[in-house]
Design a protein around this ligand. Sequence first.
Ligand SMILES: [Zn+2]
Length: 273
Amino acid sequence: MRKYFFFLFIFICSVVFAEPLKLTFKIDEDYLIIHILQFSEKRIQYYKSEYVDDLQSFKKELSANCTLQEKAFIQKVYTELFTYLQLPDLKKCSEFSSVIEKAKKTKAYPILLQQTQKYLEGVEEQWKRNFEKTYQIMTDLTNLHFEGNYTVYITHPGLANGLSLGNNIIEWGGAEVEKNWSTFYLWHEIMHTYLHGGIEHAILQFVTDCELRKHLNNTVYPPFLGHKHLMSLMKDIYPYWMDYLHSEEKDIMQFTNAMKKLFPEEEYFETAP
Ligand SMILES: [Zn+2]
């Protein structure tokens, strides 16, 4: 009997003290700069954002002030594409601090930083405004209990970014392609905590990129939104997804396991993504 009360006590504590889902938005200036350096002139232009000129002049000014070794460091950043979590490794390179210092001294940098701060405020405001509604939709759709503190490292709004790095760390940046864009893609990144792998990624895209977006923006699907390499798989899963949506008892993990049996990953991906 005592044992029973002990477990009941633990259960009540876990319910009462469970950490609700919380996102903290931050800018790590070193990473903001490293992320910008990963984009070529061509890719900066590709996004056709209002920030193209500021981003270009930042890169030009920095490059003009760099030594050959520093330029080689920038080239390394550009070709190897580092994530936020690799920042400590990058800091071990001897050119790291001099490049970052020179980058911060450019005329364009304070402008880029200010644009990123303004963008952060917009993303945070949008996330908070949509939170209650989207939390409910996401819980209903998945039957998952979303919790924990996530840190979202915001990068420049002119350059697309969206990565879930594990340990509740997310990178996020880029244009608001349509209204509530950051909201459903941040949920996409949060869902990566629960769903990994190719089939899971396709299902995750149904949850956030398709269904959550539909609820927020009154959009219809198909066509599906998301990674192109998952489109044929999504087309095959779609009839089952429709049945899932109409089912009374939704459980995204159960649905995912069922789909994994029906659609063997090796038939869709040469190597697991
Ligand atoms: Zn994804």
